[in-house]
Write a protein that binds this ligand. Structure first.
Ligand SMILES: Cc1cc2nc3c(=O)[nH]c(=O)nc-3n(C[C@H](O)[C@H](O)[C@H](O)COP(=O)(O)OP(=O)(O)OC[C@H]3O[C@@H](n4cnc5c(N)ncnc54)[C@H](O)[C@@H]3O)c2cc1C
Length: 1096
C-alpha cells in the first residue's frame, strides 16, 4: 500500500492536533501519559496464550519476546533488555503524532513495535494515541510524509532501513527545502545474495547532502538517547533530522538500556526552547541540545566526542564505524601508544571548527575509519570532510598525515586489530583483509566480563531467559546469530556477555566459559570449542554417562581440543527428563536454562521461582513454579560430569576448518518492493536462496507453504508406523504390510476406499541422472502452479524426486517435443519416425522394453532441453492406488495397506523396479507420506445380515481384511452379522498365506463362515480360487439367489472370466438357468453393485 493523500487525511482526521505544538510542561500534560508495554510489543501474539495442552504434554509459554529481553523493573528506572530498534522506536513513538514505517525486513524491522503500540492505542508522551502508517518502499517514497507535514503541523517520524532511505533521497531534498522538521530513523543494513544481513551505510551517506542534519548512534543506549535528541532538535530548530545506527547490531544485540519514562521524555522535550537557526549554522544549537539531553540522561554527548590521550599523536576518526570497539581499545592503549579517538556524532552539517577544536594539537596522524562498500575508493565521505577541514580550516602547526582505513563491516574489529592498525605505515588500509577480519585468538585485553554460548537447533528463548535473570544483578549483552537456511534446519547461536560494570562490549564474538550444545550433530559442522576458554564448562545434550559412551558422537578435533583446554564436560539427557515430566518439545529449553543456572552458581544463584516467573502460569492442576522446581530437581539428578579419556590427547585431526559461528541468515529480508519481480509464466531456475525469497517475502509473493500444490485432489500427510514383510526374506516375491499413522492429518476413509500414494523417485537414481545431465540439484526452480499465476518454488532435486516422472514411460508427445530440441538432424528424424505410423512397431518395442524418459534423453544426446523445458515436457508422477486393508472402525488413527513389490527385467537383463512399490518397500518408520483417498464401489451390502462372498488373489486380499474387521467390530458390539465366505488364492501356503493367522482366528471365531484357500503350487495339479468356488457352488447359489449375497473379486485381472464361470456354473447347476441367462443375471448384479470387481 502506498499511502495516498486520502490515507494521510484519514490518519490525521482521527487526531485533532493541538495548534500549539510546543511541548507542554509535565504538570500541564494530559494525565494519561502512556508508556508502551514493551513486553507486549515484543511478544508474538501466540505467546500470549497461556497453556497448550496438546497430547497432554505440558507446554510453558514464555512471557518474553523472541529476542527482546524485557525486565520487569519498575517504571521509575525502566531499565530494559532491548535492542537499538526497540529503543529507537520507543522514543520515536513517544514523540510523534504520526509515524511512517517503511519496513526493511518482514519481521523484526525498525518500527514494527510502533505499529503494534498504535494498534493497542498506547498513548505517546502527549497522552495521544500515536498514528502509524505502514508503507511500501517505492521510488518517490516520502511523498506521503511531505503531504502529512504540509497539511498539518504534526510531529512526524519515519522509521526505515538503508535501502528504504535510498528511495527517499529526492523527497528528502524537498522536505529540507521546505524546512519541515521530520525525523528519519534508519537501521543501516542490507541483505546480500546469500541472505546474510550486513551493515550498509553507503545508502545512508548517499543522503548526506539532502539538507538533513545527520546524527549517528552506536549502541542501543545511544540509539535511545540520540533518538530523543533528534526529535528535540527537529522540534527546536525546525530542521529535518536523520538518525542512523548499524542495523545489524540493532537487530541482533540486546542490552540493558535505561529507557526514560514518557513523563520524563515529555519534560525534557518541553524544557528545550525553540531556536532560530539556519541549517549551515545549526552546530551550536545541536551541540547545545546534545548537552541538555546528555545531562538529563546522565551521559556526555557532543557533536564531536574525543577520548584517549590528551597528547595523542594518532587520532582515529570514526563515524559510527567500529567506534565502540575502538573506544574500548583506545581506553587501554591510549597512554602507552599516544592514541585517541574522535567519534563524529553530527556529520551534517559538518563543522570544521568544532572538528579541529576536538583534535589534540599533538596529532601527527589522523586515521579515518571509513565504512562502506569501497564505492568511494580512497576518498570516502568522512575522509573528504576530514581532509577539507585540515586543508581549509584553522589548524595551527604541521598538518597531520591523513590515512584512510576502510571496511564494509566493523563487526569483527578487535582491540588486537587496532594495535595492528596503529603499526601501519600506508595511507590506505584495507580493513576487509584477512588480518583485520579473522577472529584469531587474542589476549583478554579489556574486560572481566563472563560469557556463555548456547548452540541450539530450534529458536527457543533460552538466551532471553538466562539473560533476563542475569540482568537483575549484572549488566548483560546478548547477541543472537541465526542461520535459518542451514541444511538440516536452523541453528541458533546465542552469545551472552555479563559483567558487573556497565561497559558495553562491541565485540560480537568472544570466548566463553560456558558452552551448551543442544544437538551434538552441530559439533561436526561448527568449531564449537573455538570459543571456549581454558577449563570452560561444556554441556552436551544426550543420554551418555561416560567417556566411552559419548566418544563416537564427538569428532577427533573436539576430543583433542577438549583435553587441551581441559574443559569440564557435562551431559544432560533432555529427552528423558522431558519425557518423565511430560514436558512438550517446545518447552525443553527450560531444561537447558536450568542446567545453566545449576552449573554457574558462581555467576548467579538463580532460584527455580525466578525462572518460573518468566513463564505464563499454567492453567490447571500443575503450577508453573512447582513444575519448574521439578525440572530443577530432575536436572540436578541427571547432570553428569564426563571424564575426558586419556587417548583423546593423541588423536589424529583433520585439516578441515569448520566455521566458528553460523552464517547470519535469519529469516529476514529487505524491502519486498525492492525485490525484482520474477517472471510469472514460465519456470525459472535460480540459486537456492531464491526459494528463500519466496518464503520470506510471503506477503510480497503471497507465498504459502503447500503440500504438493500441483495436485488437485485433497492430500494428507501420514506417518509410516509399520513396514513389515509378510513373505519370507528368502522368497522371491516381496509382499509387505504397511501401517500409516493418520495423526492429525484429518484423513478419513470409508470401507473399500483405495489410498492414493504419491510416491517419490529414488533419490540416488535422481542424483545420478542430474549429475549425468549436468544439473545442479540444489538450484531452485520456480514453476507456474496454476492459472492464477502462482508459482511453486523448490530445488531441482525436489522437482525430480517429487514431481517429474523421469523414470516413467514417456508419451509420444514427449518424443515429439524432444525432436524440437535436437541439434542433430538424424536424431530428430528418428524421434519423429518413432511417433509416425511407420514407426509403430519400433515404438511398441520400446514400450515393451519399458523405456523411460531418462532412457530417451540418454539415447538422443543432441537434445538438451533446459530444466525449465524438461519440467514442461516430462509428465508428473501419478499416484498409485492401493485398496485399504483396514477398517477405520477398528483402527481409528491408522490406515493399512497390503502391497506387492513390482520388479522386472529388461531384455538386456537390467532389473527395474515399480516406481511406487520401490518407494513404499523402502519406507522407514516415521517417514511422512503424501496420500489421497479414492472412493470405490467395494462396499459391504446395505444389511449387515446379507452374506458376502469375497474372492481375492494375492494383494486382492486387502479390502477383504477391511470387510472382515468392519464386521468383527459390529459383531463385537452385539450387531448380528451375516455369513462371510472368503476365497483366497496364492502360490503356496508357506510363503504367501497373507494374513493367514488373522484369517484362521476369524474363522475359528465363526465370523469367517467359510474359507476356500487355493494355493496353486502346493499340490501337483494347479488349484485356483475358481476351483474352490466350484466346489461350493451350491452354497454360493443359495446365498446369491436366496439371501441377496454380494460378490466381490479383487486382485489381478486374469481370473475374472474363470471366476465368473464358476458362479455361472452354480446358477446353472442349482437354479436350472441357461448359460446366457446366468451371464445376464451377473451383468444385472454388476449394475446393482452386487457383483463387484476391483482388478488391476
Ligand atoms: C483400485 C486399485 C487398487 C489396488 N490395490 C493394490 C493393492 O492393494 N496392493 C498392491 O500391491 N497393488 C494394488 N494396486 C496396484 C498399484 O496401484 C500399482 O499399480 C502397483 O503397485 C505398481 O505400481 P508401481 O509404481 O510400483 O509400478 P509401476 O512403475 O507403475 O510399474 C508397473 C508396471 O508398469 C510397467 N512399466 C513401468 N515402467 C514402464 C515404462 N517405462 N514403459 C512401459 N511400461 C512400464 C511395467 O510392466 C510395470 O510392471 C491397485 C490398483 C488399483 C487401481
Amino acid at each position: 500500500m502506498f499511502a495516498s493523500t486520502a490515507l494521510i487525511a484519514s490518519l490525521l482526521k482521527t487526531r485533532s492536533f493541538s495548534s500549539d505544538l510546543r511541548p507542554q510542561p509535565l504538570d500541564d500534560a494530559p494525565t494519561a501519559v502512556g508508556t508502551p508495554d514493551l513486553d507486549a510489543a515484543s511478544t508474538t501474539s501466540s505467546s500470549q496464550t497461556i497453556i497448550v495442552d496438546e497430547d497432554a504434554l505440558i507446554e510453558l509459554k514464555s512471557k518474553l519476546a523472541n529476542a527482546h529481553l524485557i525486565n520487569d523493573l519498575s517504571d521509575d528506572t525502566l531499565a530494559r533488555l532491548v535492542n537499538a530498534n526497540l529503543a529507537t522506536a520507543y522514543i520515536a513513538y513517544g514523540l510523534s503524532d504520526l509515524s511512517f514505517v517503511y519496513p526493511g525486513l518482514p519481521t523484526g524491522y525498525l518500527g514494527e513495535s510502533v505499529e503494534q503500540w498504535a494498534a493497542e492505542n498506547i498513548a505517546n508522551v502527549y497522552g495521544q494515541n500515536g498514528k502509524v502508517a505502514h508503507m511500501d518502499t517505492r521510488a518517490g517514497a516520502l511523498a506521503a510524509v511531505h503531504g502529512a507535514l504540509k497539511s498539518s503541523p504534526a510531529a512526524v517520524s519515519v522509521l526505515t532501513s538503508s535501502q528504504g532511505l535510498l528511495t527517499m533521497i529526492p523527497n528528502m531534498h524537498v522536505l529540507a527545502q521546505s524546512k519541515l522538521p521530520v525525523v528519519i530513523h534508519v537501521g543501516a543494513h542490507a541483505l546480500d545474495d546469500d541472505l546474510e544481513l550486513s551493515p550498509e551505510v553507503d545508502s545512508v551517506l548517499a543522503a548526506r547532502n539532502t539538507g538533513f542534519a545527520f546524527l549517528a548512534s552506536n549502541n542501543a543506549q545511544e540509539a535511545h538517547d540520540m533518538a530523543l535528541a533528534a526529535h528535540i532538535i527537529a522540534k527546536s530548530t525546525s530542521l529535518p533530522i536523520l538518525h542512523y545506527f548499524d542495523g545489524v547490531k540493532a537487530a541482533k544485540e540486546i542490552e540493558k538500556v535505561d529507557l526514560l519514562p514518557y513523563a520524563k521524555v515529555a519534560s525534557i522535550a518541553a524544557n528545550v526552547a525553540a531556536v532560530e537557526t539556519s541549517y549551515t549554522n545549526a552546530f551550536d544549537a545541536v551541540e547545545n541540545i546534545l548537552g541538555q539531553v546528555g545531562k538529563a540522561v546522565g551521559r556526555d554527548y557532543h557533536i564531536f566526542e574525543y577520548s584517549g590521550a590528551s597528547d595523542a599523536e594518532t587520532v582515529i576518526v570514526t563515524l559510527g564505524a567500529g567506534s565502540q570497539t575502538v573506544k574500548q581499545a583506545v581506553g587501554q592503549l591510549a597512554t602507552a601508544n599516544r592514541v585517541g579517538i574522535l567519534s563524529v556524532r553530527l556529520c551534517r552539517p559538518w563543522s570544521e571548527a568544532h572538528f579541529l577544536n576536538a583534535i589534540p594539537k599533538s596529532a601527527k596522524r589522523v586515521i579515518v575509519l571509513e565504512q562502506g562498500d569501497g564505492l568511494f575508493a580512497f576518498n570516502g565521505p568522512l575522509f573528504l570532510d576530514v581532509a577539507a577541514s585540515f586543508r581549509f580550516g584553522e589548524w595551527t602547526g604541521a598538518k597531520p598525515r591523513i590515512v584512510t582505513a576502510q571496511s564494509t563491516n566493523y563487526g569483527n574489529l578487535r582491540p588486537a586489530h587496532l594495535l595492528q592498525l596503529l603499526s601501519e605505515t600506508n595511507n590506505f588500509v584495507d580493513l576487509n583483509s584477512e588480518q583485520y577480519t579473522s577472529l584469531a585468538d587474542e589476549p583478554a585485553l579489556l574486560d572481566t566480563a563472563s560469557r556463555a554460548i548456547f548452540w541450539e537447533v530450534a529458536k527457543t528463548n533460552t538466551a532471553s531467559h538466562v539473560s533476563n535473570i542475569l540482568s537483575k544483578s549484572l549488566h548483560v549483552q546478548t547477541r543472537i546469530v541465526e542461520d535459518s537456511y542451514r541444511p538440516g534446519g536452523a541453528v541458533v547461536n546465542s552469545h551472552l556477555r555479563f559483567s558487573k560494570s556497565t561497559d558495553v562490549s562491541a565485540y560480537a564474538y568472544e570466548k566463553a566459559s560456558f558452552i551448551a550444545v543442544q544437538d551434538v550433530a552441530l559439533i561436526k559442522e561448527y568449531d564449537v570449542l573455538a570459543s571456549s576458554t581454558q577449563k570452560a564448562t561444556v554441556l552436551l545434550n544426550g543420554p551418555w554417562k561416560n567417556g566411552d559412551e559419548i566418544e563416537p558422537k564427538l569428532t577427533n578435533e573436539f576430543k583433542l581440543r577438549a583435553t587441551q583446554l581441559d574443559i569440564q564436560l557435562y551431559t544432560i539427557d533432555v529427552a528423558s527428563i522431558a519425557q518423565n515430566l511430560a514436558l512438550s518439545n517446545k518447552s525443553r529449553n527450560l531444561i537447558f536454562e536450568t542446567a545453566y543456572f545449576l552449573l554457574n552458581k558462581n555467576v548467579v544463584d538463580a532460584s527455580s521461582s525466578a525462572l518460573a516467573a518468566l513463564y505464563q502460569e499454567i492453567d490447571g492442576s500443575k503450577k508453573t513454579a512447582a513444575l519448574v522446581q521439578e525440572i530443577f530437581d530432575a536436572v540436578k539428578a541427571d547432570l553428569t560430569k564426563i571424564d575426558l579419556l586419556p587417548p583423546w590427547t593423541i588423536l589424529e585431526i583433520s585439516d578441515d576448518v569448520l566455521p566458528k559461528i553460523p552464517a547470519d541468515r535469519a529469516a529476514t529480508n529487505e524491502d519486498s518492493a525492492l525485490i525484482p519481480d520474477e517472471s510469472q509464466g514460465a519456470a525459472t531456475v535460480g540459486k537456492w536462496h531464491q526459494a528463500a525469497w519466496d518464503l520470506i517475502f510471503k506477503e510480497a509473493y503471497e507465498s504459502k507453504t503447500a503440500l504438493r500444490p500441483d495436485l488437485h485432489e485433497d492430500t494428507f500427510v501420514v506417518k509410516c508406523s509399520e513396514n513389515r514383510r509378510l513373505t519370507p526374506d528368502t522368497y522371491d516375491r516381496n509382499v509387505f504390510h504397511l501401517e500409516f499413522d493418520t495423526g492429525n492429518s484429518g484423513l478419513k476413509y470409508n470401507l473399500g476406499d483405495a489410498l492414493g500414494v504419491h510416491g517419490l523417485n529414488d533419490e540416488q537414481q535422481v542424483q545420478r541422472f542430474l549429475e549425468w545431465y549436468g544439473i545442479n540439484g540444489q538450484d531452485v526452480i520456480a514453476l507456474p502452479a496454476n492459472e492464477a499465476g502462482q508459482r511453486e518454488t523448490r530445488t531441482i532435486f525436489q522437482l525430480f524426486t517429487q514431481t517429474l516422472d523421469i523414470f516413467g514411460r514417456p508419451s509420444k508427445k514427449f518424443y515429439e517435443s524432444l525432436a524440437d530440441y535436437t541439434t542433430d538432424a538424424k536424431e530428430r528424424e528418428q524421434l519423429l519416425f518413432l511417433i509416425s505410423s511407420e514407426g509403430k512397431e519400433e515404438y511398441k518395442k520400446r514400450v515393451d522394453e519399458t523405456t523411460t524418459y531418462e532412457d530417451v534423453l540418454r539415447e538422443f544426446t543432441s537434445a538438451r532441453p533446459t530444466v525449465e523445458q524438461l519440467a514442461t515436457i516430462i509428465a508428473p508422477i501419478k499416484p498409485r492406488h492401493y485398496s485399504i486393508a483396514s477398517s477405520q472402525k477398528m483402527f481409528a488413527n491408522s490406515v493399512h495397506l497390503l502391497v506387492v513389490a513390482v520388479d522386472w527385467k529388461t531384455s538386456t537383463g537390467e532389473v527395474r523396479y515399480g516406481q511406487c512399490t520401490r518407494y513404499l518397500s523402502d519406507l522407514k518408520i516415521g517417514a511422512n507420506v503424501t496420500v489421497s483417498i479414492k472412493p470405490s464401489v467395494m462396499k459391504l451390502p446395505p444389511l449387515n445380515t446379507q452374506p458376502v462372498i469375497m474372492a481375492g488373489l494375492g494383494t486382492g486380499m486387502a479390502p477383504f481384511r477391511a470387510f472382515i474387521q468392519e464386521r468383527s467390530v459390529l459383531k463385537a458390539s452385539g450387531v448380528e452379522v451375516g455369513p462371510m465366505m472368503l476365497y483366497f488364492g496364492s502360490r503356496n501356503r508357506r510363503n504367501e498365506y497373507l494374513y493367514g493367522e488373522e484369517l484362521e482366528a476369524y474363522h475359528a471365531e465363526g465370523l469367517l463362515t467359510h474359507m476356500g484357500l487355493a494355493f496353486s503350487r502346493d499340490q501337483k495339479e494347479k488349484v485356483y480360487i475358481q476351483h474352490k468356488m466350484q466346489e461350493d457352488s451350491r452354497q454360493l447359489y443359495e446365498y446369491l439367489i436366496n439371501e441377496q449375497a454380494h460378490f466381490y473379486l479383487c486382485g489381478p485381472t486374469w481370473p475374472v472370466p474363470d471366476v465368473k464361470d464358476a458362479v455361472v456354473y452354480g446358477l446353472k447347476q442349482y437354479g436350472g438357468m441357461e448359460e446366457r441367462a446366468a451371464s445376464d443375471l451377473i451383468e444385472e448384479w454388476k449394475e446393482k453393485e452386487r457383483y463387484i470387481l476391483e482388478v488391476y
